[in-house]
Design a binder for this molecule. Sequence first.
Ligand code: ATP
Ligand code: MG
Length: 323
Amino acid sequence: MTEEIVVIPGDGIGQEVVPAAQKVLDAVGDFEYVEADAGDAVKEETGEALPQETYDLVANADATLFGAAGETAADVILPLREAVDSFVNVRPAKAYPGVDALRPETDLVFLRENTEGVYSGHEDRLSEDLSTLTRVVTTSASERLAEFACDYVDDSSFQIAHKANVMRETDGRFRDAVVSVAEENGVETEEVLMDAFATKVCLNPTQFDVVVCPNLAGDVLSDLAAGLVGGLGLLPSANLGPERGLFEPVHGTAPDIAGEGVANPSATILSAAMLLDHLGYDEEAEAVRSAVEGVLEEGPRTADLGGDASTEDVTEAVVSRLN
Ligand code: ATP
Ligand code: MG
């Protein structure tokens, strides 16, 4: 059966790493791609960073692979997350043998709430001197995330990073909802204050495995963990909704190296592996991950990892391990 995937290369190195990931997908399955535009380039042409046509395609696709958008990133990615009704952002932070990392033993996954918290868009300028932000936390969104987390950990355990000792009402609600869903499912939870988490993960990342977080905490802490594993070029992410998914590297458009054919395609290839998971191609997803791991360990490597290989060299090396 041919599976349809929407691809949005976007701007900068998105134009290089998305086609690279498509080559890898083609090595493990029979996919048809519907290419759509979003980002700075299409805004310059049409005045719109996110054409309605692209939004509609994503809102009706099982899976979308997105590269990056430049200046217009927020105008593109926020509506697209909404288009797939994405309530969770899955962000693995894993160090790989052969890649220089501050903490080579790091291997954890963040499950970040993806719709509310302080990113709910409720900001106001009340006077010359005063601006406010309304932090939104609902029991329903917190429970939805917790149910996903219980499934994700296969009924074992997860950690919750929050600051309910200070934000008693909002993080308190988040914590209570997550803990109660976990209890109902027989899943153990461990709570850690988000500021303490920042220190603990630097000192000993192995004490964490799956970390459930409110939106802002998940954003900041997962970037912190990215620093521990040695570089943006390696980190994939998945925005998941009840049915649809949007998969994207954590990095942006990398304007400093765009157009040179030297970007590391690993983050996008690993995002494509998460897309395969989502579509139910578990074996293929595993095969892609292990091919990427093999290449990271034995080369060829792009410049960000100390090598001099091109995007294409790395992509071909991953593909040849899959053949
Ligand atoms: P944007 O505003 O789109 O996020 P940026 O200037 O912040 O752009 P990033 O894409 O976030 O750029 O990248 C930050 C740095 O990491 C840049 O120096 C970039 O070259 C490098 N980098 C990011 N992704 C990759 C990649 N896939 N391969 C190699 N280097 C990368
Ligand atoms: Mg950036």
